[in-house]
Design a binder for this molecule. Structure first.
Ligand code: GRF
Length: 193
Protein backbone atom coordinates (compact mmCIF):
# COMPACT_ATOMS: atom_id res chain seq x y z
CA UNK A 1 0.00 0.00 0.00
CA UNK A 2 1.29 3.47 -0.87
CA UNK A 3 0.92 5.52 2.28
CA UNK A 4 0.13 9.22 2.12
CA UNK A 5 1.05 11.35 5.14
CA UNK A 6 -0.55 14.79 5.26
CA UNK A 7 0.87 17.69 7.30
CA UNK A 8 -1.49 20.46 8.41
CA UNK A 9 -1.38 23.52 10.64
CA UNK A 10 -4.90 24.87 10.39
CA UNK A 11 -8.41 24.16 9.18
CA UNK A 12 -7.40 21.34 6.92
CA UNK A 13 -9.89 21.88 4.11
CA UNK A 14 -7.35 20.68 1.52
CA UNK A 15 -6.65 17.62 3.65
CA UNK A 16 -10.39 16.97 3.85
CA UNK A 17 -10.70 17.31 0.06
CA UNK A 18 -7.92 14.75 -0.43
CA UNK A 19 -9.51 12.33 2.05
CA UNK A 20 -12.90 12.77 0.34
CA UNK A 21 -11.46 12.10 -3.10
CA UNK A 22 -9.51 9.07 -1.82
CA UNK A 23 -12.83 7.63 -0.65
CA UNK A 24 -14.88 8.69 -3.68
CA UNK A 25 -12.39 7.36 -6.23
CA UNK A 26 -11.50 4.36 -4.04
CA UNK A 27 -7.75 4.99 -4.09
CA UNK A 28 -7.15 1.74 -2.19
CA UNK A 29 -8.35 -0.25 -5.17
CA UNK A 30 -7.51 2.09 -8.03
CA UNK A 31 -4.10 3.37 -6.85
CA UNK A 32 -3.18 1.00 -4.04
CA UNK A 33 -2.93 4.10 -1.86
CA UNK A 34 -4.38 5.37 1.40
CA UNK A 35 -4.18 8.41 3.65
CA UNK A 36 -2.24 6.82 6.50
CA UNK A 37 -1.84 9.75 8.86
CA UNK A 38 -2.44 13.44 9.42
CA UNK A 39 0.21 15.26 11.44
CA UNK A 40 0.04 18.81 12.79
CA UNK A 41 2.55 21.15 14.40
CA UNK A 42 -0.36 22.78 16.24
CA UNK A 43 -2.37 20.81 18.82
CA UNK A 44 -5.47 22.92 18.06
CA UNK A 45 -5.48 22.41 14.27
CA UNK A 46 -9.05 21.79 13.12
CA UNK A 47 -7.70 19.32 10.56
CA UNK A 48 -6.82 16.87 13.34
CA UNK A 49 -10.44 16.54 14.43
CA UNK A 50 -11.59 16.09 10.85
CA UNK A 51 -9.02 13.34 10.38
CA UNK A 52 -9.93 11.46 13.56
CA UNK A 53 -13.58 11.57 12.55
CA UNK A 54 -12.50 9.70 9.41
CA UNK A 55 -10.61 7.16 11.57
CA UNK A 56 -7.26 8.33 10.23
CA UNK A 57 -4.25 8.20 12.57
CA UNK A 58 -3.28 11.63 13.87
CA UNK A 59 -0.24 13.03 15.65
CA UNK A 60 0.99 16.37 16.95
CA UNK A 61 4.62 17.46 16.81
CA UNK A 62 4.47 20.88 18.43
CA UNK A 63 7.26 23.11 17.10
CA UNK A 64 7.17 25.08 20.36
CA UNK A 65 8.71 22.09 22.16
CA UNK A 66 11.92 22.20 20.10
CA UNK A 67 14.88 24.56 20.35
CA UNK A 68 15.40 25.00 16.61
CA UNK A 69 14.17 24.00 13.16
CA UNK A 70 16.63 21.10 12.88
CA UNK A 71 15.37 19.48 16.09
CA UNK A 72 11.73 19.99 15.11
CA UNK A 73 12.25 18.60 11.61
CA UNK A 74 14.11 15.56 12.97
CA UNK A 75 11.24 14.77 15.35
CA UNK A 76 8.69 15.37 12.61
CA UNK A 77 10.54 13.07 10.19
CA UNK A 78 10.61 10.33 12.82
CA UNK A 79 6.82 10.46 13.21
CA UNK A 80 6.29 10.64 9.45
CA UNK A 81 8.61 7.70 8.81
CA UNK A 82 6.68 5.62 11.34
CA UNK A 83 3.90 5.59 8.72
CA UNK A 84 6.22 4.43 5.91
CA UNK A 85 5.17 7.18 3.50
CA UNK A 86 5.28 6.99 -0.27
CA UNK A 87 4.13 10.59 -0.42
CA UNK A 88 4.25 13.48 2.07
CA UNK A 89 1.65 16.18 1.44
CA UNK A 90 1.85 19.69 2.86
CA UNK A 91 -1.69 21.02 3.17
CA UNK A 92 -1.60 24.41 4.82
CA UNK A 93 1.48 23.41 6.82
CA UNK A 94 2.84 26.74 8.01
CA UNK A 95 6.45 25.89 8.87
CA UNK A 96 9.56 26.50 6.83
CA UNK A 97 11.32 23.17 6.40
CA UNK A 98 15.07 22.63 6.61
CA UNK A 99 17.01 21.54 3.50
CA UNK A 100 17.76 18.23 5.25
CA UNK A 101 14.06 17.49 5.66
CA UNK A 102 13.30 18.46 2.06
CA UNK A 103 16.13 16.26 0.75
CA UNK A 104 14.93 13.29 2.77
CA UNK A 105 11.61 13.31 0.89
CA UNK A 106 12.88 14.61 -2.46
CA UNK A 107 10.47 13.82 -5.28
CA UNK A 108 7.73 12.71 -2.87
CA UNK A 109 7.05 15.93 -0.97
CA UNK A 110 4.33 18.17 -2.40
CA UNK A 111 2.81 21.51 -1.47
CA UNK A 112 -0.08 23.68 -2.54
CA UNK A 113 0.46 27.42 -2.66
CA UNK A 114 -2.38 29.92 -3.15
CA UNK A 115 -0.91 31.84 -6.08
CA UNK A 116 0.13 31.24 -9.65
CA UNK A 117 3.79 30.54 -8.93
CA UNK A 118 6.35 31.85 -9.62
CA UNK A 119 4.25 34.95 -8.83
CA UNK A 120 3.73 35.76 -5.17
CA UNK A 121 5.67 33.18 -3.17
CA UNK A 122 5.33 33.66 0.60
CA UNK A 123 2.43 35.10 2.59
CA UNK A 124 -0.55 37.39 1.84
CA UNK A 125 -0.75 36.22 -1.76
CA UNK A 126 -4.36 37.29 -2.36
CA UNK A 127 -3.90 40.81 -1.06
CA UNK A 128 -0.72 41.16 -3.10
CA UNK A 129 -2.48 39.94 -6.26
CA UNK A 130 -5.32 42.45 -5.73
CA UNK A 131 -2.89 45.31 -5.06
CA UNK A 132 -0.85 44.45 -8.16
CA UNK A 133 -3.99 44.74 -10.28
CA UNK A 134 -3.86 41.10 -11.42
CA UNK A 135 -6.84 40.04 -13.51
CA UNK A 136 -6.36 36.40 -12.65
CA UNK A 137 -5.13 34.58 -9.56
CA UNK A 138 -4.98 30.92 -8.64
CA UNK A 139 -3.17 28.09 -6.94
CA UNK A 140 -0.18 25.90 -7.68
CA UNK A 141 0.64 22.33 -6.69
CA UNK A 142 4.39 21.81 -6.79
CA UNK A 143 7.12 19.48 -5.67
CA UNK A 144 8.96 20.93 -2.70
CA UNK A 145 12.58 21.99 -3.09
CA UNK A 146 14.73 23.77 -0.51
CA UNK A 147 13.73 27.20 -1.86
CA UNK A 148 10.38 28.29 -0.37
CA UNK A 149 7.41 28.05 -2.78
CA UNK A 150 9.54 26.99 -5.72
CA UNK A 151 10.02 23.58 -7.30
CA UNK A 152 8.55 21.83 -10.33
CA UNK A 153 4.93 22.73 -10.98
CA UNK A 154 2.54 19.77 -11.08
CA UNK A 155 -0.78 21.53 -11.58
CA UNK A 156 -2.31 25.02 -11.51
CA UNK A 157 -5.83 26.45 -11.36
CA UNK A 158 -6.74 29.94 -12.52
CA UNK A 159 -9.62 32.06 -11.21
CA UNK A 160 -10.64 35.62 -12.12
CA UNK A 161 -9.97 38.56 -9.84
CA UNK A 162 -13.27 40.45 -9.81
CA UNK A 163 -13.83 44.17 -9.43
CA UNK A 164 -14.09 45.06 -5.76
CA UNK A 165 -12.69 41.70 -4.62
CA UNK A 166 -11.64 41.52 -0.98
CA UNK A 167 -8.80 39.31 0.15
CA UNK A 168 -11.36 36.94 1.72
CA UNK A 169 -13.51 36.73 -1.40
CA UNK A 170 -10.53 35.95 -3.60
CA UNK A 171 -9.11 33.47 -1.08
CA UNK A 172 -12.42 31.59 -1.05
CA UNK A 173 -12.56 31.44 -4.84
CA UNK A 174 -9.00 30.15 -5.00
CA UNK A 175 -9.51 27.66 -2.16
CA UNK A 176 -12.45 25.98 -3.88
CA UNK A 177 -10.16 25.32 -6.86
CA UNK A 178 -7.37 24.07 -4.58
CA UNK A 179 -9.79 21.36 -3.48
CA UNK A 180 -10.10 20.24 -7.10
CA UNK A 181 -6.48 20.32 -8.24
CA UNK A 182 -4.71 19.00 -5.14
CA UNK A 183 -6.37 15.56 -5.03
CA UNK A 184 -6.00 15.28 -8.81
CA UNK A 185 -2.29 16.13 -8.78
CA UNK A 186 -1.71 13.70 -5.92
CA UNK A 187 -3.48 10.86 -7.74
CA UNK A 188 -1.37 11.51 -10.83
CA UNK A 189 1.86 11.63 -8.84
CA UNK A 190 0.98 8.44 -6.94
CA UNK A 191 0.73 6.56 -10.22
CA UNK A 192 4.39 7.39 -10.89
CA UNK A 193 5.75 6.57 -7.42
C1 GRF B 1 -4.54 27.10 1.50
O1 GRF B 1 -4.89 28.28 0.85
C2 GRF B 1 -3.20 26.62 1.01
O2 GRF B 1 -2.96 26.92 -0.32
C3 GRF B 1 -2.27 27.41 1.88
O3 GRF B 1 -2.88 27.45 3.14
C4 GRF B 1 -4.29 27.30 3.00
C5 GRF B 1 -4.67 26.10 3.82
O4 GRF B 1 -6.04 25.92 3.91
N1 GRF B 1 -0.95 26.84 1.86
P1 GRF B 1 -6.59 24.55 4.55
O5 GRF B 1 -5.96 24.37 5.92
O6 GRF B 1 -6.28 23.43 3.63
O7 GRF B 1 -8.07 24.80 4.68
Amino acid sequence: MKNIVILVSGGGSNMAAIVREAQRANWRETLGAQVAAVISNRPDAGGLRLASEQKIATAVVDHKNFPDREAFDAALAQVIDGHRPTLVVLAGFMRILTPGFVDRYAGRLVNIHPSLLPAFPGLHTHQRAIEAGCQVAGATVHLVTPQLDHGPILEQAVVPVLAGDTEQALAGRVLSQEHVIYPRAIARLLRSL
